[in-house]
Write a protein that binds this ligand. Structure first.
Ligand code: NAD
Length: 252
């Protein structure tokens, strides 16, 4: 169960999209928020300003989640400001342009795996070290941001991205069982087609408009709709939930 009264969350990739929505919603729920960003300091500062203007607590922390030294620095910076991290949202992720398998280079595959898998692994490992009751920690919660692509495979679009999210799912299952007795819950959300800038970086800026109407609920989702599921999984309302996957995909 999340320790009450001492809620500190680190959200990776928190400067925009699902991460930014999660930061703002977490602050509204009473968390002090570490807003991680890699390059865009201005965007992270805007998220922090929004939170502080509403009476919350937040700190922007630069770092690349795929770099071990950065990850240690991130957790230290948030801990120095607010106390030990009690919740981690492993949100940072990248999507490269749509391509068939033959066009996907090893370098590209390695880039995708480095952020989407190594980054999630490093942050989860650091969180467990600091949260585990077995190691004197207070317990905590982790939510990994996977994707419906992990299940659908993204054929002809980005199988590299899909396989990275499949790895996130497998880590979620294994870790949930490994640390269940140490006061840590680990869950994942699997967004469907959500209206964020990731589609532009994937070479398809109009993806949400194109595919949204074909979803069972008739539209793409919003970052806030994913953040709401993440916040529920982090909260004590989900105290008996671990190793689970919550699809936020409009029925996709
Ligand atoms: P986004 O591109 O707006 O946000 C991703 C964030 O991660 C960016 O701020 C980016 O700078 C950050 N990031 C990337 N690599 C990083 C690194 N190495 N270190 C630190 N930060 C890094 O996209 P989003 O849609 O908000 O994506 C958030 C998560 O949701 C991702 O994991 C993505 O795979 C997942 N997701 C999104 C959708 C969707 O339709 N938008 C669907 C399924 C899953």
């Amino acid at each position: 169960m999340t320790p009450t009264g001492r809620r500190v969350v680190l959200v990776t990739g928190g400067s925009r999209g699902i991460g930014a929505a999660t930061c703002v919603m977490a602050a509204r729920s009473g968390y002090a928020v570490g807003v991680n960003y890699r390059h865009d300091a201005d965007a992270a500062a805007r998220v922090v300003e929004t939170i502080i203007a509403a009476g919350g607590r937040a700190l922007a922390v630069q770092g690349d989640v795929s770099v071990e030294a950065d990850v240690l620095r991130l957790f230290d910076a948030v801990q120095d400001a607010f106390g030990p991290v009690s919740a981690l949202v492993n949100n940072a992720g990248i999507l490269e342009t749509q391509a068939r398998l033959e066009q996907i280079s090893v370098e590209r595959l390695q880039r995708v795996l480095k952020t989407n898998v190594v980054g999630v692994f490093l942050c989860a490992r650091e969180a467990v070290k600091r949260m585990s009751t077995r190691q004197g920690g207070p317990g905590g919660t982790i939510v990994n941001v996977s994707s419906r692509a992990a299940v659908l495979g993204a054929p002809g679009e980005y199988v590299d991205y899909a396989l990275s999210k499949g790895a996130v799912d497998t880590l979620t299952i294994g870790l949930a069982k490994e640390v269940a007795a140490e006061g840590i819950r680990v869950n994942a959300v699997r967004p469907g087609i959500i209206d964020t800038d990731i589609h532009a970086s994937g070479g398809e800026p109009g993806r949400v408009e194109r595919l949204g109407p074909a979803q069972p609920l008739g539209r793409g989702g919003t970052p806030e709709e994913v953040a709401a599921a993440i916040l529920w999984l982090l909260s004590d309302a989900a105290s008996y939930v671990t190793g689970s996957f919550t699809d936020v995909a409009g029925g996709r």
